[in-house]
Design a protein around this ligand. Structure first.
Ligand code: PEP
Ligand code: MN
Length: 366
């Protein structure tokens, strides 16, 4: 439920209501708007009546949260959330690009990629160490060795690292080496894993399942937040449709819907949706244009030799070109891209989108 405080309610009145709800076992979040303060509360709604919160000083009214997902909804928290990854803000004005290989394959490969994507303006490094492969005979990742190489790449470049965790028993070891725990599309509804990362002290990147609805995706996010972890980033990576021309169908509409329904930051993964490097640029630009807070892109120094997802990986040169285009687009949308990506003359993209506020929506707009 949402407790709407009266206009001009005092801090003391807000505190008393929040304390009463917390003592009764509700999870709470306070949103201080220009005119009113809202207190989002999640718990057993039968309790609300017995608490008679509506009768408390400074309370205007109590309204139920209508969506099945509670803490991740904009009803609960109208203002957008910003998740900080070692100081890099995801979900703010800056558009954040995460780049790196599908899998960590060797020291040379991950270090060369990390240096190049950093120089091009990427803010975080990606790389899989535990790989959820469709075939048991495909390369399964370097596992612990891969985690160590990612940590080494972070030491050298300063880029925080994002890597997938595929099993609840691996959450501790992955969290010890990585900065963001990625939940892959194939595990979006692995509730034991969601609960486990919900107890971790690292931000989580939750990919949408390839056959999941937006509501199921947000319910999966709710598991993580309900377990205690509010540092959560959503990622649209394409869904299964009848169309085989791309590997998956990038569901841009879902990005618009999810950012309307939820305060969580949302990224787009153009690589897994495209399945082929040729379409990655167009989908990346479309992702930014629809309002994503950033992108996660597969990049490999020699895609033709990659042990996984080579066909959809950009080589270093193509990634550099894409970053210059994205920088112009971000600027046209009133946002920024990492400082290193500022390319001279990139302002030409200003014609792409004019008029209206295309940046992150404030409160429940968008
Ligand atoms: C990946 O990021 O390499 C990956 C396996 O992604 P997804 O879970 O979206 O398929
Ligand atoms: Mn991949």
């Amino acid at each position: 439920m949402i407790v709407v405080m009266q206009q001009g309610a005092s801090e003391e009145q807000v505190r008393r209501v929040a304390e009463r709800l917390e003592r009764a076992g509700f999870g709470i979040h306070i949103s201080r708007g220009v005119e009113r303060t809202l207190i989002g509360a999640v718990g057993d709604k039968r309790l609300t009546a017995t608490l008679a919160v509506e009768a408390m000083e400074g309370v205007d009214r109590v309204v139920p949260i209508l969506q099945p997902f509670k803490q991740v909804s904009r009803e609960f928290k109208p203002e957008p959330s910003v998740v900080r990854v070692r100081g890099v803000p995801v979900g703010g004005e800056e558009v954040v690009v995460i780049a790196g290989p599908c899998s960590v394959e060797s020291r040379e490969q991950i270090l060369a990629t990390a240096r190049a994507v950093k120089a091009a303006g990427a803010r975080l490094l990606r790389g899989g160490a535990f790989k959820p492969r469709t075939s048991p005979y495909s390369f399964q990742g370097l596992e612990l060795e891969g985690l160590k190489l990612l940590a080494e790449a972070r030491e050298e470049t300063g880029l925080p690292v994002v890597t997938e965790v595929t099993d609840p028993r691996l959450v501790d070891v992955v969290a010890r080496h990585a900065d963001v725990l990625q939940i892959g599309a194939r595990n979006m509804q692995n509730y034991q894993l969601l609960r486990e990362v919900g107890q971790a002290s690292r931000p989580v990147l939750l990919k949408r399942g390839m056959a999941s609805t937006v509501e199921e995706w947000l319910m999966a996010a709710e598991y993580i937040v309900a377990a205690g972890n509010r540092q959560l980033i959503l990622c649209e990576r394409g869904i299964r449709t009848f169309e085989p021309a791309t590997r998956f169908t990038l569901d841009l509409g879902a990005v618009a819907v999810a950012r309307h329904l939820s305060h969580l930051p949302i990224l787009v993964d153009p690589s897994h949706a495209a399945g082929k490097w040729r379409w990655v640029g167009a989908l990346a630009r479309a992702g930014l244009a629809v309002g994503a807070d950033g992108l996660i892109v597969e990049v490999h120094p020699r895609p033709e030799e990659a042990l996984s997802d080579g066909p959809q990986s950009l080589n270093l040169e193509r990634f550099g070109q894409l970053m210059a285009e994205l920088s112009a687009l971000a600027r046209a949308m009133g946002r920024t891209l990492g400082p290193a990506a500022e390319a001279p003359g990139a302002g030409a993209g200003a014609a792409v989108a004019q008029g209206g506020s295309l940046g992150r929506p404030a409160a429940s707009a968008g």
